[in-house]
Design a protein around this ligand. Structure first.
Ligand SMILES: CC(C)(COP(=O)(O)OP(=O)(O)OC[C@H]1O[C@@H](n2cnc3c(N)ncnc32)[C@H](O)[C@@H]1OP(=O)(O)O)[C@@H](O)C(=O)NCCC(=O)NCCS
Length: 314
């Protein structure tokens, strides 16, 4: 018999319990289960639109699964993690959690939902279909080895590094214009950026900017994953101000970011790209990135329902 503990706010003890589950899943799967924005929402204790669903079984001292809802600027992201020891029950736990998650979205006003699945199987597709979700965005993780060839490296451009307390607003302007339609990367505010800048992995020397006429024109923010084998240097966010697109600056920013990582001793570069982002797919393919893994969002629209218990109304 499973018990579902639904939390709109997470206290430090709740976060520690979920962190342990995520760590066990990471050991089994070779990657951290929650994407960055969900992880930050969790450790923040839960912003508006957050819900953490912790599934327990009576004879276990650890949760058997965790699901999280985080609200983006125009949709909800959902991820579900089943403890490695309970994967044999995934066909039961998955649908139970997804049903509960969609109910939470409904009582939170409803909206568009992305259920993100790492390397989806036919089983995930069947569960999604059962709840009216259809295959939506597909995300490739791509990799290439470093260093670059000298001909690719020749596209490097003059850069400077991000300065905290000085570059935030200019960066937000370029980021939000470049990612205007992006569900997770668009619509950032100062608080969202400040949270990322305070992360333990943040290193300003890997956050490079290019100015034109003393105004920010493009950037490449890198993130080094020291806990992976091999160490991965991620092109975390890269963008060019729309008015400078198509002039070679995007390529120059990626090349400069890759060379920045090479200079720090990194030999494997990695990035995530939406398969419908034609410009980025073509740019990365030309620079020698190859698909390493594919994740997918199952999507759908959830209608609002009126809460029917005092807890749901809170
Ligand atoms: C992706 C992005 C950085 C490219 O910047 P850009 O300055 O326009 O790109 P470049 O002029 O350097 O072009 C480099 C390559 O990208 C590809 N490319 C650029 N624009 C393209 C388009 N509209 N359609 C298809 N391919 C395109 C081409 O392969 C091009 O090489 P080519 O000129 O030899 O054909 C820019 O479009 C952007 O900021 N997009 C929004 C943010 C984003 O999606 N970032 C990537 C997230 S993974």
């Amino acid at each position: 018999m499973r018990i579902l503990d639904i939390k709109r706010q997470m206290k430090p003890d709740d976060i520690a319990i979920v962190r342990d589950l995520l760590r066990d899943a990471e050991r089994a799967d070779g990657h951290r289960p929650l994407s960055d924005h969900l992880w930050l929402d969790l450790v923040d204790g839960g912003r508006e639109g957050f819900a953490g669903l912790v599934a327990w079984e009576s004879d276990h001292d650890h949760p058997v699964a965790y699901a999280q809802i985080s609200k983006g600027h125009d949709s909800f992201s959902v991820e579900i993690v089943v403890h490695p020891h309970h994967r044999y029950e995934m066909h039961l736990i998955g649908p139970e959690l997804l049903e509960a998650v969609l109910h939470e979205v409904a009582v939170n006003g409803g909206g568009h939902v992305h259920w993100w699945v790492f390397e989806p199987t036919i089983g995930h597709e069947q569960v999604a279909q059962q709840f009216g979700l259809t295959p939506g965005r597909t995300l490739h993780q791509m990799r290439r080895s470093l260093p670059l060839s000298s001909s690719d490296a020749s596209a490097k451009v003059a850069v400077r590094t991000f300065v905290k307390g000085q570059d935030e607003q200019a960066w937000l302007n370029v980021n939000n214009q470049a990612f205007a339609l992006h569900p997770e990367q668009g619509g950032w505010d100062l608080a969202t950026l400040t949270t990322r800048l305070s992360e333990p992995w943040f290193d300003a020397s890997g956050f490079i900017l290019h100015d034109i006429d003393e105004t920010l024109a493009g950037f490449c923010w890198t993130k080094v994953h020291t806990d992976t084998d091999p160490v991965l240097g991620e092109i975390y966010v890269v963008a060019v101000d729309p008015k400078y697109r198509g002039q070679g600056l995007g390529k120059s920013m990626v090349v400069s970011g890759l060379m920045n990582m090479s200079d720090r001793g990194i030999t494997t570069a990695m990035l995530y790209v939406d398969t419908n982002n034609e410009a980025a797919m073509s740019l990365y393919g030309d620079l020698g990135f190859r698909i390493h893994r594919t994740d997918r969002a199952f999507v759908g629209d959830v209608a609002a329902i009126t809460p029917n218990t005092p807890q749901e109304a809170s």
